[in-house]
Design a protein around this ligand. Structure first.
Ligand code: ZN
Ligand code: ZN
Length: 395
């Protein structure tokens, strides 16, 4: 059996039989977005949508995470497919008829789509005719708290990656042509770390700066000096980002404050560089602050590691996508994104690939209040996930 025959009919069958349900589930989840680990209602919707399928279902993993297991006919390996379920604290401005009904919360990263695509794949793979071709086991992993909570880390700590031989996840991707499947071997998303820094001086009257150590002026110098950490200390051919996204100080225009606070994010692709960054950030900031009779205190938070795709898994994803959608819909990425993704925690334990699914170049970006996509992409994503499992478990 050649590969193209293997997937024969899979895509059209999903489009004909399951598309309506997949879209309905997506809208249902979209209407009621939930944040972080608090994805209880979303998990209930997933469980209801999986009801009746021949799955072993475990709930309550990482609070509201779900792992549903499908045993195929053979004793082959285990492949896991992962979707994230959480939304973002953004006020939706799409004007869609199924827009968020939860004030200040929105599925602005497409996780509603990821979840419903994975449910679609579970339906497709559970059919007797398809299940009989699975030489091994498929685990459908529904994860809470991708957006900052590290739900992926908690699921791995609770054993979800154990006994899994390969793993795949999709992410809807604005900026890529609609239907394009893109990935690459090696790093695809950056390590995403963060820090808060307190800048300490001594306050006083705005008219008597010589009696103070002005935390505002020190903070301004520290922000400027930190720009040299990437530009002057990191090898120019090594990608790194240091962004200060928060700055705050003071209570009145004529008072010199004692303290200021800055917050930033650091993105790297190289593990050694990642380890070195806090030390250099602290040294540069402290040097500047002490020169002005102040000091700093750094709180550094190593958050998400590099999302590192396995070479063979990335090749498999591109190959399967070509068989399903044609070579014109496949893109081997040259560069990673400096965004972060907590699927990285699974990929630290299990070889696999994180794959982008294009929703079009004109689509408003991820994490924006107008992010919306053509739902035609959902059955395609289900077909891709199902085909990845079939290909991974073919005899
Ligand atoms: Zn996101
Ligand atoms: Zn996301």
């Amino acid at each position: 059996m050649d590969v193209s025959q293997k997937f024969d009919g899979l895509r059209s069958e999903i489009e004909d039989r399951f598309a309506e349900e997949i879209v309905a589930l997506r809208r249902d989840i979209h209407r009621e977005p939930e944040l972080g680990f608090d994805t209880k209602k979303t998990a209930q919707k997933v469980l209801a949508a999986l009801d009746g399928l021949p799955l072993e279902v475990e709930t309550g993993i990482a609070e509201n995470g779900i792992v549903a297991t499908l045993h195929g006919e053979g004793e082959g390996p285990t492949v896991a497919l992962r979707a994230d379920m959480d939304a973002l604290p953004i006020r939706e401005e799409t004007g869609l008829p199924f827009a968020s009904e939860a004030e200040g919360k929105m599925h602005a990263c497409g996780h509603d789509g990821h979840t419903s695509m994975l449910v679609g794949a579970a339906h497709a793979l559970s059919q007797d005719s398809v299940r009989g071709r699975l030489n091994g086991t498929v685990k459908f992993v529904f994860q809470p708290a991708e957006e900052g909570g590290g739900g992926g880390r908690v699921m791995v700590e609770e054993g979800v990656a154990e006994g899994v031989d390969s793993i795949f996840a999709l992410h809807l991707w604005p900026g890529l042509p609609f239907g394009t499947v893109a990935t690459k071997a090696g790093p695809i998303m950056a390590a995403a770390d963060g820090f808060e820094m307190e800048i300490r001086g001594s306050g006083g009257h705005g008219a008597m700066p010589h009696l103070t150590a002005d935390a505002v002026v020190i903070a301004a110098q520290v922000v400027t000096a930190l720009q040299t950490v990437v530009s002057r200390e990191v090898d120019p051919v090594e990608p790194a980002v240091l962004t200060i996204g928060e700055i705050g100080a003071g209570t009145a225009f004529n008072i010199i404050p004692e303290k200021a606070r800055i917050g930033g994010t650091v993105r790297t692709l190289n593990a050694d560089l990642r380890e070195r960054m806090p030390e250099r950030i602290e040294e540069v900031a402290r040097g500047v602050a002490q020169g002005m009779r102040g000091d700093v205190r750094l709180d550094y938070n190593f958050s998400y590691p590099v999302t590192l795709n396995d070479v063979r898994a990335a090749e498999r994803a591109l190959g399967v996508a070509g068989d399903l959608f044609g070579e014109g819909s496949v893109l081997e990425l040259r560069n990673p994104s400096m965004g972060g993704e907590d699927f990285a925690f699974f990929l630290e334990k299990v070889p696999g690939a994180f794959v982008w699914l294009g929703v079009g170049e004109e689509v408003s970006g991820l994490h924006t209040p107008r992010f919306a996509f053509d739902e035609e992409i959902l059955p395609r994503g289900s077909a891709l996930l199902a085909a990845l499992a079939l290909e991974s478990l073919s005899r």
